[in-house]
Design a protein around this ligand. Sequence first.
Ligand code: GAR
Length: 208
Amino acid sequence: MKVSVLVSGSGTNLQALLDAKARGELGPATLDSVISNVKGAFALTRAEQSGVFAQCIEHKSFPDRASFDLALLAALRERGTELVVLAGFMRLLTATVLDAFPDRVVNVHPALSPAFPGAHALRDTLAYGARISGCTVHFVDQGTDTGPIIAQESVPILATDDELTLRARVQEKEHALFPRVIRAIAERRVTVTRAGGLRPQVRVEEPS
Ligand code: GAR
């Protein structure tokens, strides 16, 4: 299954995927390309260092969200992408991209959804005074971090935590969980069922 990873920043989750692939832990998922919407994102360097096709489509150079998404979709089609993986990609995608990849766009979010959606999940979690945090891997819908949940991991919040220490603890979980989920999707062990009016439910089968 050909995977394109969309990034905006440092790319530690991308690195976890690259490392998992190198260890033979991504099953039939191939990391075909990395696309950043931010020029100079370190994730692009990580891709290049691993010999993965890397491309920047800077959202700033498009007049609106619709035209950026059209350019992104064209790039994904050009690569023959089958699964779109958002690894710290800090842009909302519209139906232009999402409808082209039904149940084939996956995101990792640093909170236990549905709590604390958005770009400042860890800061919001600490400000709220929550005692438990974690990460969520979910299919992407048109909301902000609202799509059907595939997997979650929790971590404790310590009295001494600041955003940096909590991020480190949460990302350690992300780096282990995200590759496992991508492998499960590539091995076709993840199914989504929709029953009228209810939220879509995701089932993940254990590997045989
Ligand atoms: C990750 O922690 C990811 O959960 C978060 O951005 C970080 C990217 O780090 N995503 C979101 O907040 C999405 N709402 P990375 O570039 O080092 O992988």
